[in-house]
Design a protein around this ligand. Structure first.
Ligand code: ADP
Length: 510
């Protein structure tokens, strides 16, 4: 991979003159702090340093400076893209453009259900304001590990288990600094004084919001995001299926209900190791070497009272409406369970923690302690058709690869109306030399296996961005050529996040 380092020191020197020394982080320990905290070899993606602008004008000035010095910049919002590279760039030596000091919540419109945030606004920040100033009249969706930013997560198409849980799809209206330093607003925000910027995806001409998701075409400085009006009540069904093969019926029982609007979020079937990892490290259950034995797995499930697959179905809205929907769903799925599932109810006024709103937390992070030592996790996230047989086959292929790699399987299948997002978490200890070679090998196999089935990833770790981009091979990689054309037109000096999502500017393409 081409190195980005040569001009970084000149850039950082001039950036210091521009912004002041207290916004430049160029010591060795800074580079370490912005590296991938979960990597076996963090130096492979170590940045030269970081710079933290506080305004749009400063972002523009830094991009112009980067063009002058030819220095690659890697924008991050809060840099918590854990499992996919954290705050680290694809290219070692790039300078991190750390937007975490841009923390204004510019607008919250309770009546029309949206907010406009700067990149550094965290899930906790937004939650606090929705709670303290607006009495939870709007509910947000939050990912499992909610350390990161609202904007960065949405731009990566992060997911949450709530009705507005497809975060990328809730984006409405972006302000973007293009690689040359110029400023645009997408959608109807293209009109000065627009009164509908964050209200509609309709616009005149092409709609560009999604162009800035998982791309290196611009730095997003403001992001409009739709939020859910607080429901009057929620109802919850906790479901379990006892055997690994039950995934087939697990998917087939849910997607038709999702398609017909009886379920309005993507419920996920989560394998038991994931749930056990929130309770304690693997040593809680098993001290031995090698794979977690089947009988230990059974013991875990028994002790925790969980299934091989576990799923929570939530209903949000007027109590009469959701009670009817919930009843119809129970009628449709009851045959699959030994006892007819019974819903729990939450009503406005009950403790908010029990509401099933998106409440930021970091419980899922416990998974990195599974093996003990300096832990880590890496996501492998293919998209499958909503079809039980396809999901089961994918699970079996994936689990066989985990077994081959000597790693305990942990996966979740998030059931949409037409597709299933299969997020697998590869858990490891960075102190384990065997795992240091097993994990990358496993990733290579999984990417190739999925591509052979016609399944594409929805997101990947910085180590595998080229590899996954290489699987987009229709018409000899026509999408890669289009992305390259756009990249060169927008960023002729090739300074913005080279290599992100496998998109390289001309200066680095051979
Ligand atoms: P979070 O802190 O929300 O988890 P990150 O800040 O780590 O997210 O962002 C994840 C990735 O998304 C970054 O590595 C970068 O490629 C991209 N990204 C994040 N914020 C922006 C932004 N404001 N503009 C453009 N790309 C961004």
């Amino acid at each position: 991979m081409p190195s980005a380092a040569p001009t970084a020191s000149l850039f950082l020197k001039e950036a210091t003159a521009l912004l002041g020394a207290d916004r430049v982080f160029a010591q060795e320990e800074d580079s370490a702090a912005y590296s991938d905290q979960m990597a076996f070899e963090p130096q492979a993606h170590a940045p030269s340093g970081a710079i933290a602008p506080q305004s749009v004008e400063e972002v523009q000035a830094l991009l112009r400076l980067a063009n002058r010095t030819g220095t690659p910049l890697w924008p991050i919002s809060r840099g918590k893209n854990l499992g996919y590279g954290g705050s680290a760039p694809v290219q070692a030596g790039a300078v991190i453009l750390d937007l975490s000091r841009m923390t204004r919540i510019l607008e919250i419109d309770i009546d029309r259900g949206y907010c406009v945030v700067e990149p550094g606004v965290s899930f906790y920040d937004l939650y606090d304001v929705l709670q303290s100033r607006h009495g939870h009249k709007l509910w947000m969706s939050a990912p499992g590990n909610a350390w990161g930013s609202v904007a960065g997560n949405a731009l990566e198409r992060g997911k949450g288990p709530q009705p507005y849980g497809d975060h990328g799809a809730q984006i409405c209206g972006l302000e973007v600094v293009l690689p040359d330093g110029s400023l645009i607003r997408t959608g109807t925000g293209a009109m000065a004084g627009s009164r509908t910027w964050n209200l509609t995806h309709d616009t005149y001409g092409p709609a560009w919001d999604q162009m800035f998701c998982q791309s290196n075409f611009g730095v997003v400085t403001k992001l409009g995001l739709w939020l859910m009006p607080a429901p009057e009540a929620t109802m919850t069904l906790d479901l379990q299926l006892p055997e690994a093969e039950d995934l087939k019926r697990g998917v087939d029982m849910l997607y038709p209900l999702r398609l017909r609007g009886l379920i309005d979020h993507d419920p996920a079937w989560v394998s038991y190791v994931g749930i056990a990892s929130y309770v304690g490290p693997r040593s809680t259950w098993f001290e031995g070497e090698g794979l977690l034995p089947d009988d230990k797995g059974r013991e875990i499930r028994q002790k925790l009272g969980i299934g091989w697959w576990n799923c929570q179905l939530n209903f949000y809205g007027h109590e009469k409406v959701i009670a009817a929907k919930c009843e119809a769903v129970i009628d449709a799925i009851a045959q699959h369970f030994p006892k007819r599932p019974v819903a729990s109810v939450w009503r406005q006024g009950d403790p908010f923690m029990q509401s099933k709103a998106g409440i930021p937390g970091t419980r899922d992070m416990a998974m990195i302690d599974w093996y003990g030592g300096r832990g880590g996790h890496m996501g492998f996230s293919p998209i499958l058709p909503a079809d039980g047989a396809a999901a089961l086959a994918q699970f079996e292929r994936t689990r066989a690869r985990f077994i081959e790699a000597g790693l305990d399987y942990y996966g979740a299948f998030s059931v949409g109306a037409r597709a299933v997002v299969n997020i697998n978490e590869i858990l490891y200890s960075r102190d384990d030399e065997r795992m240091a070679s097993a994990v990358p090998q496993l990733m290579h196999h999984l990417i190739a296996d999925a591509a052979a089935q016609g399944y594409c990833e929805y997101r990947t770790h910085i180590d595998y961005m080229d590899e996954v981009a290489g699987t987009l091979n229709f018409n000899e990689g026509a999408m890669g050529r289009l992305n390259g054309l756009l990249k060169d037109a927008l960023d002729p000096r090739g300074i913005l996040a080279p290599g992100k999502q496998g998109i390289w500017p001309a200066r680095y393409r051979s």
